[in-house]
Ligand binder design. Structure first.
Ligand SMILES: NC(=O)c1ccc[n+]([C@@H]2O[C@H](COP(=O)([O-])OP(=O)(O)OC[C@H]3O[C@@H](n4cnc5c(N)ncnc54)[C@H](O)[C@@H]3O)[C@@H](O)[C@H]2O)c1
Length: 303
């Protein structure tokens, strides 16, 4: 795969998709975005296609002439997937299988954005490895697992080249915590708008936060990966609690007004994912959390 290749980002106007489309355009790829909504500002280097992934005719439109499809779309998240699980299984999962079926004919590669924070399930007391058992405790993680399982069968039986990136907790420019995920963005916006910051539980929940540009770097490198692995954690391998994040912001001169609420059953207490395989395959070394928060605040002109 060279930089002349055509990359289609499904859901390319979302948080991760927009960062990827900018990053890959900067790197010289021909980027096309398929999304149900238009971006606030169009990038002249990107070709935008507007449509609904759940209309079957879209599958041809978004695969036509593309070397790689990056699947960056989910209509459910960990917080709402208990209420919306039928949407996850009957729409996201089924339509993704239709896309896989189409790719058995076009032979395009595909990278699916999975979730390290939910696909493994309860924390075994050490960072998750790609070979660990997968026992999601919520439907969002379960739908991701269904897709990953199908990907494996397609790769084995139809000879496709589908990869899964299990991203931990990305943060940075373009995130909107109001969509249901993004603790660091929630802290930033609560400070900016002088609103209370809701934390479910006592702030001891530990996550592996990764700066969005580091996610993009790793995914760009994986476009060229020719090895045997099909699944990668995209992570820092370092866990940080919400209370520690609040302290980091205080160190940078920003105090959040925290409102502690009851714990949510959909959240595992701790989630950290090893990144040895990502580093070996991509060479990407992630920035430390304090640097990433500084970078995000600098982007927002708060520093
Ligand atoms: N953000 C995270 O913390 C995180 C972590 C791990 C994995 N992921 C996964 O990465 C992917 C992207 O996440 P995100 O945070 O960028 O999501 P997002 O909600 O910001 O973006 C999703 C995009 O999909 C588009 N979309 C929704 N329905 C559509 C439809 N029917 N047809 C066409 N486009 C449609 C939306 O308009 C949006 O632009 C998802 O699969 C998500 O599960 C996200």
């Amino acid at each position: 795969m060279n930089k002349n290749c055509n990359v289609m980002i499904l859901g390319g106007n979302g948080f991760i998709g927009q960062n990827l489309s900018r990053y890959l355009s900067d790197a010289g790829y021909r980027v096309c975005v398929f999304d149900v909504r238009k971006p606030e500002r169009e990038d002249p280097r990107v070709r935008y296609l507007t449509g609904d992934f759940f209309e079957d005719s879209s599958i041809d439109v978004l695969t036509e002439g593309q070397d790689v499809i990056i699947h960056a779309l989910s209509t459910i998240n960990p917080g709402n997937s208990n209420a919306m699980y039928m949407r996850g299984y009957t729409r996201d999962f089924v339509q993704t299988i239709k896309l896989f079926d189409r790719l058995t004919h076009t032979k395009g590669r595909l990278i699916f954005l999975s979730s390290a924070g939910t696909v493994y399930g309860k924390y075994p007391g050490r960072p998750f490895d790609e070979s660990d058992p997968l026992r999601p405790i919520n439907h969002y993680g379960s739908v991701k697992l269904c897709v990953e399982t199908a990907m494996r069968a397609f790769n084995e039986q139809q000879g496709t080249c589908f990869m899964s990136c299990r991203i931990t907790n990305p943060y940075g420019p373009g995130q909107d915590y109001l969509k249901g995920v993004g603790f660091i963005d929630a802290v930033v916006k609560s400070i900016l708008h002088r609103q209370k910051l809701e934390i479910w539980g006592d702030g001891s929940v530990v996550r592996d936060y990764i700066y969005i540009e580091d996610v993009c770097k790793a995914m760009e490198a994986l476009l060229h990966y020719e090895g045997d692995m099909h699944t990668f954690n995209i992570s820092t391998g370092v866990g940080v609690s919400q209370v520690e994040i609040i302290r980091l912001f205080e160190k940078l001169g920003f105090r959040a007004d925290v409102d502690y609420q009851a714990t949510r059953s959909v959240d595992v207490k701790c989630s950290i994912a090893r990144n040895d395989k990502m580093i070996a395959a991509t060479g990407v070394v992630c920035r430390p959390l304090e640097q990433g928060i500084r970078d995000y605040l600098t982007y927002l002109k708060m520093l």
